[in-house]
Design a protein around this ligand. Structure first.
Ligand code: FES
Length: 186
């Protein structure tokens, strides 16, 4: 399946549209998204914006879950350092992101698939530019390999089950042959 996905990607590179989930904090980045909308700035249509009260609300399990469920990238947007409505939320986000990046690296996920950026309420242009940049980076990477690795795990499991049942069958055949030859010799 992974090969098919990558084959389709290389065949239809022009048409490939990555799916991106954007978590935007209520007090700055979500307002920045509004500003981009009101200013009618051009943005790729392939992202879904989820409003959270603070970027620190986005736990690693939310990022991993989105990636495991087929999102090609997750972008977390928060207030600029020092501007968090809850004083230190974005500092936690930044530290957590460093750990999560290492975890994704171990899983073989490109670091471009998870990014944290700062966008204030007045920065509609910056919001649109960030979305365009990340979408461009992810488009060049191609489809997210995580869900395909799950499928490949499934395939491996199926393959091992098949070989186990083949081994059982051949053992049974051998036993029957031995039994039959013993009966003949009697
Ligand atoms: S409120 Fe925006 S990052 Fe915390």
């Amino acid at each position: 399946m992974e090969d098919t996905k990558m084959e389709n990607f290389s065949r239809n590179k022009e048409e490939y549209q990555p799916k991106m989930l954007v978590f935007a904090c209520n007090w700055c980045s979500y307002a920045g998204a509004d500003m981009a909308g009101v200013s009618r700035l051009q943005m790729p249509p392939n992202c879904r914006v989820v409003r959270v009260m603070c970027s620190a609300r986005v736990g690693p399990e939310m990022v991993l879950s989105a990636l495991f469920k087929g999102m090609d990238a997750v972008l977390v947007l928060g207030c600029h350092p020092g501007d968090c409505h809850y004083s230190e939320g974005n500092y936690y986000t930044r530290r957590r992101a460093l750990v999560l990046e290492k975890m994704l690296d171990l899983l073989g996920i490109a670091k471009e698939r998870f990014q944290v950026r700062w966008v204030s309420a007045a920065e509609g242009e910056r919001f649109a530019r960030t979305i365009r940049e990340v979408v461009d980076q992810v488009t060049s990477l191609g489809p997210n390999p995580i869900d395909t690795s799950l499928e490949s795990l499934d395939r491996k499991w199926q393959k091992s089950e098949n070989s186990k049942s083949e081994a059982r069958n051949s053992k049974q055949i051998q036993m029957t042959k031995i039994k039959n030859s013993k009966q003949k010799t009697k």
